[in-house]
Design a protein around this ligand. Sequence first.
Ligand SMILES: [Ca+2]
Ligand SMILES: [Ca+2]
Length: 258
Amino acid sequence: MPALRRTPLLAVVGITLGAAAFLVPSASADIPPGYYDAAAGKTGAELHSALHEIIGTGTHLSYDEVWDALKATDEDPADPANVIMIYSGAAMPEDANGGAADQWNREHTWAKSHGDFGTSPGPGTDLHHLRPSEVGVNSTRGNLDFDNGGSPVDDAPESRVDEDSFEPRDAVKGDIARGILYMAVRYDGDDGFADLEPNDSVGNGSAPFMGRISVLLEWHTQDPPDAAEQARNDLIFEQYQNNRNPFVDHPEWADTIW
Ligand SMILES: [Ca+2]
Ligand SMILES: [Ca+2]
């Protein structure tokens, strides 16, 4: 299904700032008319189910295709030959992708061991939670759950790590939280992969859970979707997967489900 291009709503909101902002949940997002109709008026588990059906269609990339996709979705706004590292905010040349210490690779913010989904097409290749990271920083994050606290991470000093959790830098806290919430709704165990769900624990290990939901919801509120995050969601929808992250489009839905 090709995405329908609409007049950017940002212009409308710009003219009637305030009132329009309450009518359109996502000022610059390019949501096709009707996309969320099946979710209208629903809350809680019913909303989760409706969203699961809506975002369960679309395409899974191969793990190899993820490289080129990330070069577009996480492009440096100051230089299209670079990509931005999720945990440090640093720019690196897009062609410095790989597994060496001075390269960047594909970070699964929902750690792939949490549900053991690997890198075959599915949750392991889903761009809504995959981000570029320096190889060493990715290794430091490992499969830790998310929580506040710890010491500055080498090469990503605005992010923090301790023995049982990882805290990303403030500017991406909400982005990462919304990626985790997306994964929980997109993967419900009906497609050969585990039913992914957030919980309020750290140390989840290989269980298909990701913590801590109370902290992720705080991050979601503290760092709401901005125009760049909405544009990333649009790009994934229009160019790569043909599905959207509902929590970028409708941030208010997170609190009714969790
Ligand atoms: Ca953000
Ligand atoms: Ca789930």
